[in-house]
Ligand binder design. Structure first.
Ligand code: CAA
Length: 262
């Protein structure tokens, strides 16, 4: 799935897919072209049967310093509404992608950049990076579902604290509030993310796919419906991957997973 893009770039390492935001001169600010190219990349990824995990990171010193302020400054209300909707639906695609998505937060992840990181399944952060939603400094509010995702990640009080104050969130605070799951030294970030990716790739691939769908859908539907969904998916693993995993445990051998084609 190699192809030429202007504002992003991709790499493959086995079943790991790496997506780099690639506008370092603008701290990877998210504009219409980035969104267009990311959507094209995800179109290809959805048909990429060899893909097991996606890592998103940024080139240079930023993950992404937000939506592109120069582009937004020229928009009228209707254009801004559509821009917001485009960003929201792109980020939602990461949540419905059948493979795990890890944000490797290498530097500034502000505004839309923080919203992108929050749409990923897991966030690992360099000690040098900073997250935050500084939109109120510009007289704006987040537009890519940051108002909705942040409170789901870190609770209402923490979210409003950062959303009202526009304060940057350092690694220690991000870890303490649960906004990120792991912090590393800057030069160890990609090793740490790759190690986690390899750990996840060693698990039952159907179980991982179903896990993501059940956890994410349950958040939308509520506890009871989510639990029914859990039972259905739990049951569906018997007679297939789950049976192989349990047999392998009892026979003291490594499970032989089949590629997840369902
Ligand atoms: N949009 C467009 N360009 C941006 C940008 C952004 N969000 N952030 C940085 N840049 C550009 C700068 O304009 C600058 O370009 P020039 O070299 O051409 O002047 C270049 O990137 C480097 O930036 P700085 O010189 O400012 O770098 P710094 O290290 O001094 O500061 C920073 C880094 C603190 C991240 C600072 O760039 C900054 O505050 N950026 C804006 C952050 C922000 O407000 N993000 C929210 C955007 S609104 C949003 O995202 C809304 C939404 O949810 C839809």
């Amino acid at each position: 799935m190699e192809r030429a893009f202007n504002t992003i770039r991709s790499e493959e390492q086995g079943a790991v897919r790496l997506l780099f935001l690639n506008r370092p001169e603008a701290l990877n600010a998210l504009n219409g072209e980035v969104f267009r190219e990311m959507n094209l990349y995800l179109d290809a990824l959805e048909n990429d049967t060899g893909a097991g995990i996606l890592i998103i990171t940024g080139e240079g010193k930023a993950f992404a310093a937000g939506a592109d302020i120069a582009e937004m400054a020229e928009m009228d209300s209707e254009e801004a509404f559509l821009f917001s909707q485009t960003g929201q639906s792109l980020f939602s695609r990461l949540e419905t992608l059948p493979i795990p998505v890890i944000a490797a937060v290498n530097g500034y992840a502000l505004g839309g950049g923080c919203e992108l990181a929050m749409a990923c399944d897991i966030r690992i952060m360099s000690r040098k990076a900073r997250l935050g939603q500084p939109e109120v400094n510009l007289g704006l509010i987040p537009g890519f579902s940051g108002t909705q995702r942040m409170s789901r990640h870190i609770g209402l009080g923490n979210a409003l604290y950062y959303l009202f104050s526009a304060r940057q969130i350092d690694a220690e605070e991000a870890l303490r509030t649960g906004l990120v799951q792991q912090v590393t030294e800057a030069d160890e970030l990609m090793d740490a993310v790759t190690t986690l990716a390899e750990e996840i790739l060693a698990k039952g691939p159907q179980a991982i796919r179903k896990m993501k769908a059940v956890v994410r859908e349950g958040l939308e539907t509520g506890f009871s419906d989510g639990s029914i969904l859990e039972s259905r998916n739990f049951g569906s693993l018997f007679g297939g991957e789950g049976t192989e995993g349990m047999k392998a445990f009892l026979e003291k051998r490594k499970p032989e997973w089949k590629p997840d084609k369902t």
